[in-house]
Design a protein around this ligand. Structure first.
Ligand SMILES: Cc1ncc(COP(=O)(O)O)c(C=O)c1O
Length: 396
């Protein structure tokens, strides 16, 4: 793309795209693995992966080929008919998690809506509908997932809130225990809080919530939308804790950029949502499932999880070197390749400074720099990012 066309495109964006997002700083036109290029042809090292979506890197050849092949064969048939990819993908998700059954949808919020409906339906006859959620959590922007989200600022102006959600401090088992009563249907949490500031659940908390839910006959729901699909070094983040949730939601990286979400439920709950109780026109199309199957092929054949763990160790080491050099760094948190650098003060200027030096990063909360490199990132790219962060932190 030439510079004039890039400018015209940005002008169209400004005029016609509804301004629900902050004005975008860049027009990105091309990507390959950990790199993207803007409309002027300038390259960037991308440690945002479209917010933990392109976990295998941009335009991963195996995913691209699968999409191209399937697009020429069959794109959509609705769920009135089976298609050849959906059951195969359900099996792959099931075998890599807790052996459950899968409902397909299109986004994280939609997967969470399904998970909330599962919990309400499960608790309905016993008069249980309330869901205990975590402060600082993020579950989506639909009305029910907003009500589940533990940050009041996102709900401002959209009241009345959907009823039936309460919030307790994350990693505070006593608070969860105190909040659960005869109307509680479920406890819902992210094993690693993403938007809220890259906070992993403690093992004590995850195991405690698991035991409490079993004891009370209520559901433990894990939102794996951001931290699932290999991001933490295991297929799913809950797997680090030696427990299983009753259901989990997936989206983001499941299709490596092709939109697809999923609700995965334990087999003992397979009758909770019988025919007619839940649906989604676009859920699990042959095309979306082809992309996600290629994602699983790549995980299985290319040791993606091993690379994630090795590169996580390297990045952690580099970040700890930076922490020793810059006392402004209060804490480094996270797991695998979802890592946060907490500066205890606003970081938006540093995101801009990194971009100017060719590194794309995000923030989480107001004070945390969020790093979400591709799980296929290479050692030299980790070192390149660390060198840019070194320059950026020198200004903090
Ligand atoms: C943990 C978590 N859950 C749900 C969502 C919502 O996903 P979507 O934007 O696909 O609706 C997000 C998005 O950032 C998320 O991070």
């Amino acid at each position: 793309m030439d510079a004039k066309t890039a400018r015209e495109t940005m002008a169209l964006h400004k005029e016609f795209v509804l301004g629900t997002y902050a004005p975008p700083p860049l027009l990105l036109t091309r990507g390959a693995m950990s790199r993207v290029w803007d409309g002027d042809g300038r390259g960037y090292l991308d440690f945002t992966t479209g917010i933990s979506v392109c976990n295998l890197g941009h335009c991963h050849p195996r995913v691209t080929e699968a999409i191209q092949r399937q697009a020429a064969k069959l794109v959509h048939v609705s769920n009135l008919f089976a298609n050849e990819n959906q059951p195969r993908l359900a099996e792959r998700i099931s075998r890599h998690s807790f052996g459950g059954r899968v409902f397909f949808c299109n986004s994280g919020a939609e997967a969470n809506e399904g998970m909330i409906k599962l919990a309400r339906k499960h608790g309905h006859d016993a008069g249980r509908h309330q869901i205990v959620c975590m402060e600082e959590s993020f579950h989506g922007r639909t009305l029910a997932t907003l009500a589940a989200t533990g940050r009041a600022k996102y709900r401002k102006g959209f009241q009345p809130d959907v009823e039936g959600f309460i919030h307790v401090p994350f990693n505070d088992l006593a608070a969860v225990r105190a909040a659960v009563n005869g109307t509680t249907a479920a406890v819902m949490l992210e094993p690693v809080q993403g938007e809220g500031g890259i906070r992993p659940a403690t093992a004590e908390f995850m195991r405690g919530v698991r035991e409490l839910c079993a004891e009370k006959g209520i559901l433990m729901l894990c939102d794996e939308v951001q931290c699932g699909m290999g991001r933490t070094g295991d297929y799913f983040a809950y797997q680090h804790y030696g427990i299983e949730p009753d259901a989990m939601s997936l989206a983001k990286a499941l299709g490596n950029g092709y939109p697809i979400g999923a609700l995965v439920v334990q087999r003992k709950l397979e009758d909770v949502l019988p025919p007619g109780t839940h649906a989604s026109t676009f859920g699990g199309t042959p095309l979306a499932c082809a992309a996600a199957l290629a994602v699983f092929d790549t995980f299985e054949q290319d040791d993606v999880l091993g690379n994630c763990r090795r590169m996580s160790a390297r990045l952690m080491e580099r970040l700890q070197e930076l922490q020793a050099k810059y006392p402004v760094i209060k804490e480094i948190r996270g797991r695998g390749l979802i890592l946060g650098i907490d500066l205890g003060k606003p970081v938006s200027d540093l995101v801009v400074a990194a971009r100017e030096r060719g590194l794309l990063i995000l923030f989480a909360g107001e004070t945390v720099l969020r790093l979400l490199p591709a799980l296929t990132v290479q050692a030299e790219e980790i070192d390149e990012a660390a060198a840019i962060l070194d320059q950026v932190l020198a200004q903090a």
